[in-house]
Design a protein around this ligand. Structure first.
Ligand SMILES: Cc1cc2nc3c(=O)[nH]c(=O)nc-3n(C[C@H](O)[C@H](O)[C@H](O)COP(=O)(O)O)c2cc1C
Length: 225
């Protein structure tokens, strides 16, 4: 095990996996670690529906069918601000370009970009797909708490040598996922997580995203130096 700052520096989103399965106990340990995240009033919001094998294939099949039929977006909530401020749009574009550049997909290649985007709905071929939900009546702070648990999940996976990525795109078909998994009505599909053994040779795993410099997002006052 290594320090958390080193883990944070090493972690990146993984979007291609070897065929190796991930044992149930490993996922359970990662989820227990994720639940160590603090939360306001210790509410511990969020649920994790962990799928592998036939249940994962069933959900992916349903999503792929919806895409093939050109099914309209079927969402319960908006992951992103709408409309998105230009400075955020610029960050989104930069992340997208880095991804498509790693794959050799040209900016004008809308088909290629679409095909890669649709990989979201196959959990990027991961052996484990996690559907993350939260009670519908939770406040914005509870989404933040769940985000901390997701961060802990990603770091715990990294610490065990596994790769993962969040899949906010799953929320676009949140209702479909909700129906397919027969989730209780009070649960909202927040996002997905793809988890597995990183395919280190896959070009899609070979790029790094950048971060805005500290001065862009932090202000310091009262320090002597
Ligand atoms: C909750 C969450 C949802 C995400 N949704 C998607 C997604 O739908 N598709 C995708 O390709 N990447 C998704 N990502 C990955 C982000 O694009 C990625 O974290 C960001 O570009 C920073 O890159 P890095 O994770 O490699 O550091 C998601 C990440 C998180 C944490």
């Amino acid at each position: 095990m290594i320090g958390v700052e080193a883990l944070l520096a090493r972690r990146r989103s993984v979007r291609a996996f070897t065929g190796a399965p991930v044992p149930r106990e490993t996922v359970a340990a990662i989820l227990r670690a994720a639940r160590q995240a603090p939360s306001g009033a210790n509410l511990q919001p969020g649920r994790f529906h962990v799928l592998t094998g036939a249940p994962l294939a069933g959900l992916v099949g349903q999503l792929q069918q919806a895409l093939a039929e050109g099914a309209p977006i079927d969402k319960d909530y908006s992951y992103f601000p709408q409309p998105m401020a230009p400075y955020l749009k610029a960050r989104q574009r930069a992340a997208g370009y880095a991804l498509y550049q790693a794959l050799g997909i040209e900016r004008r290649d809308t088909e290629g970009r679409r095909a890669q985007f649709d990989r979201n709905y196959a959990f990027f071929g991961a052996p484990v797909g996690i559907v993350v939900t939260i009670d519908r009546d939770m406040g914005a702070g509870c989404f933040m708490d769940l985000g901390m648990a997701l961060m802990a999940l990603l770091l715990a996976a990294e610490d065990r040598g596994l790769g993962a990525t969040g899949i906010g795109a799953l929320a676009n078909y949140g209702r479909l996922v909700h129906r397919h998994l027969a989730l209780p009505e009070d649960e909202l599909v927040v996002c997905g997580i793809a988890l597995g053994v990183t395919d280190a040779a896959a070009p899609v795993n070979g790029f790094r995203t950048e971060r805005a410099p500290l001065d862009d997002y932090a202000r310091f006052a009262g320090f002597e130096d």
